[in-house]
Design a protein around this ligand. Structure first.
Ligand SMILES: Cc1cc2nc3c(=O)[nH]c(=O)nc-3n(C[C@H](O)[C@H](O)[C@H](O)COP(=O)(O)O)c2cc1C
Length: 181
């Protein structure tokens, strides 16, 4: 099944799907980022069925406002065997979007990474949401000025610059404030 066949080209609605405090999203991928598990909350919130997402790349729900640089930092961290804490804005199948915060971690068998998992809850605080939205859009704007192969590098530089401007040493320091959310 191609991505186009999944009908995820539905236009973005700008409408937010807010998560309930009881809604915890959990997904797992293989080492390349192909989805191997998605819980019932994931299918409920995104509107995709398990059949539609299993074996598909996790960028299936990527929201165009979110910079590629964020996912570069995510992948560099988890591929190194560490955990990553981050805030994501994703799209639903119908074009709505939702905000989450959570952990991304490698799965190990002995020393070998066999895949990755994410466990996320909703981001509630409207002020924080606005801050992340502003940061992501600013970095994404820089990325979009570049051709595709140079977007991550430019975005990563812009991300570091923006974080420094706001007084944060790195993305993790910025994102960790969301833990109190
Ligand atoms: C466990 C795990 C969960 C992920 N969750 C998301 C997600 O919710 N949204 C997203 O856009 N990318 C997610 N990614 C990152 C994607 O694999 C991908 O790097 C990202 O969407 C950028 O895609 P692109 O640059 O190939 O378009 C996740 C990766 C892993 C390993």
């Amino acid at each position: 099944m191609s991505v186009a066949e999944l009908d995820i080209e539905a236009e973005l609605t700008g409408k937010e799907r807010k998560l309930l405090p009881s809604e915890i999203i959990s997904t797992q991928t293989d080492p390349r980022g192909l989805i191997t598990f998605a819980n019932g909350v994931f299918t409920k919130v995104t509107g995709f069925s398990r059949e539609e997402v299993l074996g598909r790349p996790h960028n299936l729900i990527r929201h165009p406002d979110v910079p590629r640089a964020l996912y570069y930092v995510l992948w560099s961290t988890i591929k190194d065997g560490h955990q990553f804490f981050g805030v994501t804005k994703n799209r639903c199948k119908n074009g709505d979007h939702y905000w989450t915060l959570g952990m991304f971690q490698p799965n190990f068998e002995g020393d070998e990474i066999t895949g990755f998992r994410s466990t996320r809850k909703g981001l509630k605080d409207e002020g924080l949401k606005a801050e992340f939205d502003e940061l992501y859009r600013a970095v994404r704007r820089v990325e979009l000025e570049k051709p595709r192969p140079r977007q991550v590098e430019a975005g990563y530089k812009a991300l570091k610059k923006q974080l420094k401007k706001h007084g944060y040493a790195d993305y993790e320091a910025f994102a960790r404030r969301a833990l109190a959310n």
